[in-house]
Design a protein. Sequence first.
Length: 406
Amino acid sequence: MRAVALFLCMALVACGAGEGALPTVPTLDEQGRDGMVAVSAGRDHTCALSESGAAFCWGRNDHGQLGFPTSTPCDSAAQPTCALDAHAVLGGLAFRTISAGTSHTCAITTGFAAWCWGTNADGELGSGGPDAPAPRAVTTTTLFAAISAGDTHTCAVATDGTAWCWGRNDRGQLGTGDTIPRALPTPVATSARFVDLSAGQARTCGRTTDARVLCWGAIWEYRRNGLEFTRAQLLPQDVPAAGAFTALSVGAFTTCGVTGGAAVCWEANPYGEMGNGTTDGSTAPVPVAGGLAFTNVSVGVIQACGVAVDGSAWCWGNDSFGQLGVPTGTLSARCGLQQLVCSQVPVRVVGWRRFVSVSTGIGNHACGVTRESNVYCWGLGVSGQLGFGGRVTATAQPLRVAIRLQ
C-alpha cells in the first residue's frame, strides 16, 4: 500500500507546468508502513531495500543508476531523466544489501552474488562492457557478503573475509599497490580479513575481523594555514589509535566511525564535517562533540549524519541545501573557503521520527529508515533524489519517500 496521500504545493517546489502530480507531504499522524529496511544515498540518486529484498531507486538516471527506464526530465527537457518517486529495480532479484555510488549502484543477492548497474566509465560495475541500465552480474565466481559503491570504484567483502575492489585506481583506491584501473574484481593486497568496507571518493576503508581499521587511496592530511592535502596510499594501512569500530563510513574528504558508542572522525574538516567544534583536520580519529551515543554514522561530501541510540538523527558540517535537517536560519556559522552555512557540532534533525539508520552519500542530501520501516529524505532534491514525488532546491524537512510497491 502506498502510504501518505496528502498533496500540497510547497513554496520550495516548482509546481508549474510540466511538474506532473504535486508532491506527497507526510502528515504528523503517519499512516501505514512501507516495509523498507535499508537506504543508501548516492550523489543524485537514492536506493532502498524492502523486507523481501526488493530494490527500489529514485532520482537522477543519466547512466541507468536507478536500474529501470525513466522519462521525467530532471530540470528541463534538455536534462537527463529522473524518477521523482521510488520504483522497483528491474530483474526481480532479492538482495541482502545495497549501495548507491556517484552514478552507479551495486547490491548483493540473498545468494551472495554481486550485481551492479549504472555507469561503467571506469569499470565500477565489475563486468566490463558499456553502462548497464538494469542489474548486471559482476564477473566473478567469488561470493560476497558486503559491498560499497564509491565515486568511481567499488569494493566488496567476500564470504571468507577477503577484500576485493574494481574501477578507477588513480589514487590507489583499489588497494592493489599500484594505480592501474581494474574492470573486474581484484583482491586487495592485504592478508587482513574484513567485516565490511566503505568506498568513498578515491579512497576506501574497512573494519577487520581483528578490530583494526585499514584505509587506502587518497588519504587526506591536514597542513598549516587551513589547507588540506592528500597522499596516495597504494596499500592498506592501519588508522592510528582507531580502536574497535562497530560502524565506519568514508565520504569525499572525511571518514567517521562509531567506537564504544561514540562517533569519531578524521581527515579533512574545512566545513566542520568532523563534528568536533572546529575546522581543524586530524590524521587520527577525534571524538564528535556532544557526547552522544551513536549506533551508526554516514559521511557525505562535506557533511555527516548519525543515529543516536534513542533513534534521533543528528547531522553536522555543510548545510547549503538543508542536508543537516535543521530549520532555515537556525545556523549562523560560515565555514570553508566558500564560507558556506555550516555546523561544527551535531544538530538534531527536525521532526518526531525515530530512525534505525541514516545515509548521506557523495551528494548533498540525506535519507533515513524509520522504526516504522518508512524512508524519509531531506536536503538537495533538484534531481528527485528525495523521492517524495517532486523536486525541491533545498529542504530541511524530512519528506517521506513515495514507494511504488508492486
